[in-house]
Write a protein that binds this ligand. Structure first.
Ligand code: SAM
Length: 195
């Protein structure tokens, strides 16, 4: 584990380390995220992903990381005052300014919206990364939304740690969807290119 983490650090974080940026501070605090992050970046390479829709961006950590690959990201999230209440773990709903702050830049667009009422408007994305509300009904709805964007790949965070995600993904497996998992990682994905 230690060796692998070091490799990941060298591969993806050398630049951040030199800048001593906030992202690195977060990474050092939450060691367990290493392999999830590596898995996300590997998916981007594997599917030659150029455009990503991120459902649930919070402060923009995963988005900030994925942007290193030169992709364009549209993110959807909710903040305080929208009439949709969300609180989970260390996440407490706050005002707009706290969302996406580690990912801001020309390739990152954040729209405040409840994913359950979001309308695709004909947009397409190479990849949809699902990491919003982890309750079963939300994960299901977000996945059904994700398919409308004609992605090459759908990736979910927190399989194995969040019962709602696990339950829904296991149902997809039973339906015959090929869900691929990363060893010791919380990321799983489905190749939707040939469906
Ligand atoms: C686990 S955090 C996202 C973390 C982020 N992907 C990362 O790792 O850097 C989940 C986010 O989903 C958002 N969320 C929860 N329910 C939502 C909904 N119905 N519509 C849009 N966003 C939602 C929350 O506000 C929160 O910011």
């Amino acid at each position: 584990m230690q060796t692998k983490n070091r490799i990941i650090q060298e591969k993806y974080y050398a630049e951040e380390k030199s800048k001593d940026c906030l992202y690195l501070t977060h990474r050092e605090k939450w060691n367990w995220m290493y392999q999830d992050h590596e898995a996300l970046l590997d998916i981007i390479d594997k599917f030659n992903v150029k455009t990503i829709l991120e459902l649930g961006t919070w402060q923009g950590f995963t988005a900030g990381l994925m942007l290193k690959k030169g992709v364009k990201i549209k993110a959807i999230d909710i903040c305080a005052g929208m009439g949709v209440v969300y609180s989970h773990g260390s996440h407490k709903q706050t005002d707009k300014d706290n969302y996406g702050k580690y990912a801001r830049g020309p390739n990152y667009e954040l729209e405040f919206h409840d994913t359950r009422t979001y309308e695709p408007n004909g947009q397409e994305f190479d990849m949809v990364f699902i990491d919003a509300n982890h309750d079963y009904e939300f994960v299901k709805a977000d996945t059904e939304l994700a398919r409308k964007f004609n992605p090459k790949v759908i990736a979910w965070h927190d399989y194995g740690s969040e019962p709602g995600v696990g339950k829904y993904i296991d149902e997809l497996k039973k339906e015959g969807k090929e869900i691929i998992g990363f060893d010791q990682s919380l990321i799983v994905y489905e190749n939707t290119d040939n469906n």
